[in-house]
Design a protein around this ligand. Structure first.
Ligand SMILES: [Zn+2]
Length: 236
């Protein structure tokens, strides 16, 4: 007949194995990790290129708007030129036209520059997209291969979970709560073996009175680390 402490000990073995297997489930094998890195990099790169295209087109729209305004202004000044009444007005109108034309020219240059920039970025993006289907296929294949290799591990995890439930259902709920509380605080390890009246979790010595209780199979926790203590088998 196993005591509650024995059951807690068994539960700890199952819980520790479970957390180890679950960790293994997330470790990417080298065969997948390489293509995964390549895939993530390509995605990031394409995202950056798309953002930069968007930024160029945003700037372009604002320059286009300003260019339109300046062109209209230029038309207005050219109209005014027809209505000048003297040399002084003529000179003034010309001055306005001249400076507006310069401004229009600058804006047109800026439009050309941004078109060239957009073309260059678009070209890079097209190149990236061109190779992407192939990369995606390699990524998917490596991922599927990795996942299918985990079948054994998954069924092992399933069995461990069943075992965990089974042990837990045979334990009083207050003990189970205590087990879980200590496990949360102590990196998943709620119960530890003793060795020669010492806690193997924190090396605290167990007082003789507690050691006696432990020998009687009672529920004892370590005064150093609060873990539940399990009497080493050779001593029992
Ligand atoms: Zn301890």
């Amino acid at each position: 007949m196993s005591t509650d402490v024995d059951k807690l000990w068994d539960l700890q073995q199952v819980v520790s194995q479970l957390s180890d297997r679950e960790e293994q489930l997330n470790i990417k094998p080298d065969s997948f990790a390489a293509v995964d890195r390549e895939f993530q990099n390509a995605n990031e790169e394409m995202q950056e290129l798309e953002q930069s295209l968007e930024q160029i087109s945003k700037e372009r729209r604002s320059v286009d708007g300003e260019l339109q305004d300046q062109q209209e202004l230029l038309k207005k000044y050219q109209g005014q030129l027809m209505q000048v009444k003297n040399q002084q007005q003529y000179a003034a109108a010309w001055k306005e036209i001249d400076s507006t034309r310069k401004h229009v020219k600058e804006l047109e240059d800026s439009v050309l520059k941004s078109m060239a920039e957009a073309d260059a970025v678009q070209k890079q993006l097209d190149e990236r997209r061109g190779g992407f289907d192939d990369l995606k296929a390699r990524y998917d294949a490596a991922h599927a291969e990795w996942q299918s290799s985990l079948g054994e591990l998954r069924s092992e995890i399933e069995q461990l979970r069943k075992k965990q439930e089974q042990i837990e259902s045979g334990l009083p709920s207050n003990l189970l709560r205590e087990f879980r509380r200590v496990a949360r605080q102590r990196h998943g390890v709620a119960i530890v073996e003793t060795t020669g009246d010492t806690c193997t979790g924190c090396r605290t010595r167990i007082r003789p009175a507690l050691a006696q209780q432990l020998k009687r199979g009672e529920f004892v926790t370590c005064e150093g680390c609060s873990r539940i203590l399990y009497l080493e088998r050779s001593a029992s």
